[in-house]
Design a protein around this ligand. Structure first.
Ligand SMILES: NC(=O)c1ccc[n+]([C@@H]2O[C@H](COP(=O)([O-])OP(=O)(O)OC[C@H]3O[C@@H](n4cnc5c(N)ncnc54)[C@H](OP(=O)(O)O)[C@@H]3O)[C@@H](O)[C@H]2O)c1
Length: 330
């Protein structure tokens, strides 16, 4: 698999990563039992995937434990990226960016992951109560201590700005500029997909200009872009899509032109819509590493195969003309 470089620490990883969140968090818990997720991680490694993305909050904690088990005897083949700064308290997600907490969180992640070093340690979300310089400074000390190799920021959850002329990631960029004064940012993780291309406006160009890596989260549109979901199919109550404004029966039907367009391109290549969606993300810049999430061995292999799919100029034009996601509150 082609390798891509992630930022200041000059770390290189296989072009397609693996997102482990669906194995333990955000999607229906009834489908997260058993050992098939372990096999998905191992199948991804077999297919040349290196970047394995997890977080202490997924589970919470069980996802890192699972990754630690899956990498037993294979740690050297993987590039482990995890996150700190969010925790679940009384079923609410809260930020904690206090330096002491960050230090403890890192030690706990190292134990769960059964490793001596985290390749990429990401701030899951800045704590509004703590200056980001303090949190980031504590994370930089973890690099100096040899517990972490490089640092990143997650910028998920930004919504379209209300101020005319403002772009979705303007606030993130201001935060990144402050962090860069303290310690180099090696990677930014944000949503980027065919139906959510907003990171292309300013965030990805910011990364490109500074040699910062970009982890494309939710590159399959939470599964929608794979064409395997049916409008109106319904989701279990604990599945994030049960409450998601893109996944009402009406919006799943309204967004079908995106799937139809991806399928048309896929058929020309003997590929799947998921592979086309990932190949599109890879074409958005040499520093983009999509992290498709899956707990299925066959999909981990299929997604890794996107690294070898060459989209033509015609394919890219067709995909770029597809409409962005419609949401029930549009
Ligand atoms: N930093 C953050 O705050 C944040 C937030 C969201 C996501 N992320 C990262 O981004 C990663 C990806 O996001 P995501 O997993 O939510 O969304 P995604 O990658 O867009 O989609 C995942 C969904 O697609 C399905 N899927 C995967 N490959 C498939 C294929 N080839 N064919 C059919 N279905 C397929 C999965 O099903 P199965 O699960 O059944 O395999 C899962 O339901 C996460 O794992 C996480 O690492 C980070």
């Amino acid at each position: 698999m082609e390798r891509r470089s992630l930022g200041a620490a000059a770390l290189a990883v296989g072009a397609v990563g693996l997102g482990c969140m669906p194995m333990s968090w955000a999607y229906a818990a009834s489908q997260q039992r058993g050992d098939h997720a372990l096999r998905a991680v191992q199948a991804a490694l077999d297919a040349g995937v290196q970047l394995i993305d997890t977080a202490d909050m997924y589970g919470p904690f069980t996802n890192e434990l699972l990754v630690g088990r899956a990498l037993k005897g294979r740690r050297a083949e993987a590039f482990v990226s995890t996150k700190c700064g969010l925790l679940v308290v009384d079923q609410h997600i809260v930020a904690n960016g206090r330096p002491g907490y960050v230090r403890r969180a890192c030690d706990a992640s190292l134990r769960r992951l059964q490793t001596d070093v985290i390749d990429l340690y990401q701030l899951h979300r800045a704590d509004p109560e703590v200056p980001v310089e303090e949190t980031w400074g504590a994370m930089a000390e973890l690099v100096a201590a040899g517990k972490v190799r490089a640092l990143g920021l997650c910028a998920i959850g930004a919504r379209a700005p209300r101020r005319p002329g403002a772009r979705m990631h303007d606030g993130t960029i201001r935060q990144l500029e402050r962090m860069q004064q303290v310690f180099p940012v090696s990677a930014v993780q944000a949503e980027l997909s065919v139906w959510s291309p907003q990171a292309l406006e300013s965030l990805l160009p910011w990364c490109a200009a500074r040699g910062v890596g970009f982890l494309a989260a939710m590159p399959l549109g939470n599964g929608y872009l794979t064409g395997t979901l049916t409008p109106g199919q319904g989701f279990e109550p604990d599945d994030l899509r049960a409450r998601h404004p893109r996944f009402t029966a009406e919006m799943m039907a309204a967004n079908q032109p995106v799937v139809v367009g991806l399928r048309r391109v896929a058929e020309r290549h003997g590929a799947t819509p998921a592979q086309v969606a990932l190949a599109w993300a890879l074409r958005q810049g040499p520093q983009v590493v999509p992290v498709p999430g899956t707990k299925q061995e066959r999909w981990a292999v299929e997604n890794a195969g996107a690294a070898g799919l060459e989209l033509t100029a015609r394919d890219l034009t067709e995909i770029d003309r597809l409409p962005p996601a419609r949401e029930s509150w549009d």
